[in-house]
Design a protein around this ligand. Structure first.
Ligand code: HEC
Length: 124
């Protein structure tokens, strides 16, 4: 596919599906996912140190079967979407005190946006 054509497709998609378009760059997010990989699978339902992130969009926090979540996560009442994930990944401890994910957070807003773009795509 040549450049002009693929740009045309991208524009068409952006117009046709505004609700699924996120400002982040999924390819850059995929690189950053190296930070999560030690604990999370995303393309398989396998749990590691952390729960699988397959299907995480739209899932209620702490409900994935077969993973032992903290009480904080189970009782949070949070549903994962672009907004709640952005807040959680920027600062897990502030967003959800008592959760047991040992991750300091993505400090740069663009890293959060890119990660969200990647999660939307890869968690399907
Ligand atoms: C050191 C291991 C570790 C790292 C690194 C880590 N996580 Fe986690 N993650 C966990 C654990 C453990 C939990 C469960 C926390 C709890 O139950 O309180 C979790 C929970 C989550 C959840 C909630 C899942 C659900 O089903 O409710 C999301 C989303 C998540 N992590 C995303 C990420 C992303 C994205 C990254 C990388 C930016 C990341 N995590 C890095 C261990 C980790």
């Amino acid at each position: 596919m040549n450049m002009t054509k693929s740009m045309g497709v991208a524009i068409l998609l952006a117009v046709a599906l505004p609700q699924t378009v996120w400002a982040g760059d999924a390819a850059l997010g995929a690189k950053k996912f190296a930070l999560c990989k030690a604990c999370h699978e995303i393309s398989t339902p396998k749990n590691r140190l952390g729960p699988s992130l397959q299907g995480v969009m739209g899932r209620k926090a702490g409900t994935l079967e077969g993973f032992k979540f903290s009480d904080a996560m189970k009782n949070s009442g949070v549903t994962w979407d672009v907004a709640t994930l952005a807040a959680y990944l920027a600062n897990p401890k502030t967003f959800m005190p008592g959760n047991k994910m040992a991750f300091a957070g993505l400090k740069k807003p663009e890293d959060v946006e890119n990660m969200l773009a990647y999660l939307e795509e890869a968690s399907k």
